[in-house]
Write a protein that binds this ligand. Structure first.
Ligand code: ATP
Ligand code: MG
Length: 260
């Protein structure tokens, strides 16, 4: 078990955003977290990173209690996040944005050795994102929405995390780009062995990709199971899969067309 969230309560002032959330992530898995707007998904990710402080409960990462650790220490212990809304640096180039990710590495080295190591890591990450390789000198703010999302994920990968937190990576993207992002997440998980906790509105594709999934409603986990179990669950289908399925059909049609 790489991550264990035990009975977490988080607040914004008097508003209770997480009400006793418990969740487990096994090393090497992709775990999807789905739920409607305002359910508390982003709050859960922010609580994991210590940006929002849990009032009760515990976060155990790799056997250690990180609940009260400062955010930068949590990041250095091997958790990286690609936050909602991407948050890349628009005025920096793609290369510079990626270098910022390298600074958050678990074992930063200084001097020539550090530079060589960063270049090597960047090479590894760029293999996952060929579109970014072509755009290393371009400013982040001029990338398309999908490319910015890829940059945010690539930057998070440069810190070589053991656990990658993704907050709605497919938000606002066209179906074809959504598929690409999901394919890349699978590749990251399979080729780098990175454990992924994926927050998504696009429930159908997220659950197809994920080994396990959790469903949140107003600050609580109401269901969990394997991706396949949740896809087959009637409540999940009624609440989260209607729009998602339509979108997937479009995406599949598009992909078939591209292949021909
Ligand atoms: N900074 C804040 N101050 C006060 N309330 C907040 C703040 N951030 C979030 N909330 C509230 O906490 C609840 C959970 O929000 P959160 O952003 O975690 O939801 P979410 O599941 O990520 O939703 P979405 O799918 O829309 O991103 C919501 O009711 C939201 O209004
Ligand atoms: Mg959110």
């Amino acid at each position: 078990m790489i991550l264990e969230i035990r009975d977490i309560y988080s607040y914004y002032g008097a508003i209770c955003a997480l009400r006793g959330v418990s969740l487990e992530v096994t090393e090497g898995e992709i775990v999807a977290l789905i739920g409607a707007n305002g359910a508390g998904k982003s709050t859960l990710l922010m609580t994991l990173c210590g940006v929002v402080r849990a009032r009760r409960g515990a976060v155990i990462f790799d056997g250690e209690d990180i609940t009260r650790r400062p955010t930068e220490k949590i990041i250095r212990s091997g958790i990286a996040v690609a936050p909602e809304g991407r948050r890349i640096f628009p005025h920096l180039t793609v290369r510079e944005n990626l270098q910022m990710g390298g600074l958050a590495s678990r074992d930063p080295e200084r001097g020539a050795a550090g530079t060589a190591k960063l270049a090597h890591k960047m090479e590894g990450v760029l293999e996952l994102f060929p579109r970014l390789r072509e755009r290393l000198a371009q400013r982040g703010g001029t990338l398309s929405g999908g490319e910015q999302q890829m940059l945010a994920i690539a930057r998070a990968m440069l810190s070589e995390p053991r656990l990658l937190l993704l907050d709605e990576p497919s938000l606002g993207l066209a179906p074809l780009m959504v598929r690409q992002i999901f394919t890349t997440i699978r590749e990251i998980n399979e080729s780098h062995g990175t454990t992924v906790l994926l927050v998504e509105q696009n429930a159908h594709q997220a659950l197809r990709l994920a080994h396990h999934g959790y469903v949140m409603v107003t600050g609580e986990v109401v269901l969990h199971g394997t991706g396949a179990e949740l896809l087959a669950n009637e409540e999940v289908q009624a609440a989260y899969l209607e729009g998602g399925r339509k979108e997937t059909k479009q995406g599949e049609t598009q992909q078939r067309e591209t292949r021909q």
